[in-house]
Ligand binder design. Structure first.
Ligand code: ASN
Ligand code: ZN
Length: 333
């Protein structure tokens, strides 16, 4: 019978050296996290279907930080799943993605040079490619949190993945990716309002997305406009990401964990930041209590105002900051 152990350590490419949840089975260890409902991490070995093989190891020391060691990606994604599980449980009292105590599972090494990662409700699992040259895997902490949060959205508001609701679906994943990263407080990957900054997906050191000024990626929108619903959901997420940055940190230039931000606002609307923990609490309650599959940006505004009223009081300073942050992206003016 498998016996739970707590002694696994691993070195990922992005997370550094961390604890990983493993389980001993006979004379080997498995990457099965007994502390988090038995979440399993599999090696797809460049395949694109099934589960491949469960990562196993003979001494419970996993990966070496280099992509040439197959276990390295396993460490990053297992840690990402654990950190995201812990975040939802410890911060929001959510017991797993569906709040039913059941673990999802993770699959690393999907395909060859596959530059993406994805969540699927059909398998209740997330999957990660190895990136360009199989050396820039899409296995960073914020990517794992982003993908798992698609599962949370599907289990709650179930925002339709097109038009404005699709942008809000994408933004929800970016918002909780940032929240998980800050909450995890990893020396190797401190919290920021960038998405995918560890991967070097563009080969020039830039991240995939910027929440303080989404248009820095060349495609995302900074503010709501009547044409927002016609752009890709990874770009119509921009205004909601921008809202979340402004609500967390406020308008004006600011440096957080060594990253400099200067967030523009619509019509110069000033916003007083309430901190990322309060901002995430508002978004989580809005997502799980008020948003529905057809919620658009105007509906997200009323959902977050209702959430802020519940949590902090109607017309409290926090409630008013939420209203100001929406005005700062041209919603509710
Ligand atoms: N990685 C992408 C995402 O989570 C996959 C997709 O386009 N759905 O958004
Ligand atoms: Zn996504």
């Amino acid at each position: 019978a498998a016996e739970k152990v707590h002694t696994g350590t691993g070195t990922g490419q992005y997370v550094g050296t961390v604890n990983v949840g493993s389980t001993r089975s006979g004379s080997t260890y498995q990457l099965t996290d007994g502390d988090r409902a038995g979440h399993k991490t599999y090696d797809l070995n460049q395949g694109t279907s099934g589960t491949g093989t469960l990562f196993t190891d003979d001494n419970d020391v996993w990966g070496n930080g280099l992509p040439s060691d197959r276990q390295t990606a396993g460490v990053d994604v297992a840690f990402g799943a654990a950190a995201t599980w812990d975040y939802y449980k410890d911060v929001h009292g959510r017991n797993g993605i569906r709040n039913d105590g059941v673990a999802a599972y993770s699959r690393a090494h999907y395909g060859s040079s596959y530059v993406n990662a994805f969540w699927q409700d059909s398998c209740f699992c997330m999957t990660y490619g190895d990136g360009s040259g199989n050396t820039h895997p899409l296995t960073a902490l914020d990517v794992a949190a982003h993908e798992m949060s698609h599962g949370v959205t599907a289990a709650t508001a179930n925002l339709t993945y097109s038009g404005e609701s699709g942008g809000l679906n994408e933004a929800t994943s970016d918002i909780f990716a940032a929240a998980v990263e800050f909450h995890s407080n990893l020396a190797a990957d401190p919290g920021d309002y960038l998405v995918g900054e560890k991967i070097d997906i563009n080969g020039n050191g830039t991240p995939l997305r910027y929440m303080d000024k989404p248009s820095k990626d060349g495609s995302s929108r900074d503010n709501w406009s009547s044409t927002l619903g016609s752009v890709d959901v990874h770009y119509s997420s921009g205004p909601a990401n921008h809202f979340f940055y402004l609500l967390s940190e406020g308008s004006g230039a600011k440096t957080v964990n060594g990253v400099a931000y200067d967030s523009p606002t619509f019509d110069g609307q000033a916003v007083t930041g309430i901190g990322i923990e309060n901002a995430a609490a508002v978004w989580y309650r809005a997502l799980t209590t008020y948003m529905t599959s057809s919620t658009n940006y105007a509906g997200a505004r009323t959902a977050t105002l209702s959430a802020a009223a519940d949590l902090f009081g109607a017309y409290s300073p926090t409630y008013l900051a939420v209203a100001d942050a929406w005005a700062a992206i041209n919603v509710g003016n």
